[in-house]
Design a protein around this ligand. Structure first.
Ligand code: ZN
Length: 96
């Protein structure tokens, strides 16, 4: 299998019920600086109960375009307006 991420396919990632259950597009991706955790979110505000734990492989199968961000380093996040626009990558704000 040609897996685009450096992380293993079974690496734990965070997404939300809107993406997994309601098929909303992934519009926000972050790669956390503190723990290296990937988050794939729909871009709307979330309640903690709406979070879903998946593997990187599941997300990649769900939306293969996330491969475009596979080499985004820790401490960066990316947003797009909709699935037809390009990702805009920026350094994440430090939350200390
Ligand atoms: Zn969501």
């Amino acid at each position: 299998m040609n897996f685009p991420f450096d992380d293993a396919p079974n690496t734990v990632a965070i997404t939300c019920c809107h993406i997994m259950n309601d098929n909303m597009p992934i519009l926000h991706i972050s790669h956390d600086s503190d723990d290296g955790m990937w988050q794939f979110l729909c871009g709307t505000p979330h309640d903690t109960s709406e979070g879903r734990i998946v593997s990187l492989h599941q997300i990649y199968m769900h939306d293969p375009t996330v491969a475009q961000l596979a080499d985004m380093p820790c401490g960066y996040s990316a947003d797009r307006q909709d699935i037809t626009t390009a990702w805009r990558i920026r350094k994440s704000q430090r939350k200390t």
